[in-house]
Design a protein around this ligand. Structure first.
Ligand code: 4NP
Length: 165
């Protein structure tokens, strides 16, 4: 059976999208669904290509028992044909993702593009703010937003794909 493919995207692919990816992997594993999913993350910029997640983000993740396996890569036009769901983090990020989605063989795109906090009951549709130039609190806040959002995202996908699971 085909796997459900989920891609988390931010700007640098070293803070927000690796955290979302790690949390989603953790939640999928907790529900015993690891064989049903393929989970990845990418950045629109490519500035940090090949780098692990930011040490501040990994520190917060570790404190919550979550591992971040990501190695930064750039978002590619082919990702829109490969993945079922692509999650962006803020308004500017969503515009960059949508611009790239219109490039290449876009008629073959299948990914559903969704803003990550559309799934956050505390602030539906808000941005996940970029924590890179801020302090520790910003990283903790990002964790909390993504913890709520990835939980609701998993429920949404499981309902949409119920027949496949
Ligand atoms: P991210 O955060 O998009 O959550 O990975 C950033 C990381 C690096 C930079 C910007 C945002 N940067 O300017 O290098």
């Amino acid at each position: 059976m085909a796997k459900i493919k989920v891609l988390f995207v931010c700007l640098g692919n070293i803070c927000r999208s690796p955290m979302a990816e790690g949390l989603f992997i953790h939640k999928v594993n907790e529900r015993g669904l690891q064989d049903r999913f393929e989970i990845d993350s990418a950045g629109t910029s490519g500035w940090h290509q090949g780098e692990p997640a930011d040490s501040r983000m990994r520190g917060v993740a570790r404190g919550h028992g979550v591992n971040l396996p990501s190695s930064s890569r750039k978002l590619l036009a082919e990702d829109f044909r490969e993945f079922d769901y692509i999650l962006g983090m803020d308004a500017s990020n969503m515009r960059d993702i949508e611009d790239l989605a219109r490039e290449g063989r876009s008629s073959e795109n299948k990914a559903e593009l969704i803003k990550m906090r559309d799934f956050d009951e505390h602030a539906k549709g808000a941005d996940v703010p970029d924590p890179y130039y801020g302090g520790q609190k910003g990283f903790e806040d990002v964790y909390e937003m993504l913890d709520r959002s990835t939980e609701a995202l998993l429920d949404y996908i499981l309902e949409a794909k119920a027949k496949l699971i």
